[in-house]
Design a protein around this ligand. Structure first.
Ligand code: HEM
Length: 133
């Protein structure tokens, strides 16, 4: 019997609308999270109307090379680390929530790619922040 890997009719991430759905649901989970929520609600009082479009552009560029993001995430998180220390457990939880959100909503090559990219960026970010590189 043919086993489908796309249970619950999940489809792949194909456009900006899918990215927005992923990012919105990811941050809903982040804000409610006991381990890392406070970075977004207390350490930084995030202006979501500004931050969400930045994150749509960031992930859209990661997946579709749209060129719409021009920030410096490494610097931004180094600053954040000085305000409120970031530890390996925080990165682990961030990645867990990201992966879980992708897997709940999507399945396919782009879904796999975005999880891999998140993992590698988080790994580099963590090295730079925790080892002051
Ligand atoms: C422990 C893990 C992390 C925490 C607590 C965290 C937290 C934050 C916070 C508080 C901001 C600032 C929002 C604002 O300016 O209002 C931010 C910005 C951002 N984060 Fe993270 N972050 C984490 C990991 C990551 C990872 C792994 C990525 C990428 C794969 C990422 C991508 C970004 C980007 C692109 C921005 C926007 C920077 C800009 O303004 O251009 N973050 N993050």
């Amino acid at each position: 019997m043919l086993m489908l890997h796309t249970a619950n009719n999940r489809t792949d991430i194909t456009n900006r609308q899918d990215i927005e759905r992923l990012v919105n649901q990811f941050y809903d989970a982040v804000k409610a999270d006991a381990t890392i929520g406070y970075f977004f609600t207390e350490a930084v009082a995030v202006n979501w109307e500004k931050h969400l479009p930045i994150m749509y552009a960031f992930w859209e560029n990661v997946l579709f090379h749209t060129g719409g993001y021009s920030g410096n995430p490494m610097e931004r998180h180094k600053q954040l680390h000085h305000q409120s220390a970031m530890e390996p457990a925080h990165f682990e939880q961030w990645l867990h929530l990201f992966t879980q959100t992708v897997d709940r909503l999507f399945a396919g090559n782009n879904a796999e790619t975005i999880k891999q990219r998140a993992t590698s960026i988080a790994t580099v970010m963590q090295l730079k922040i925790l080892h002051h590189q």
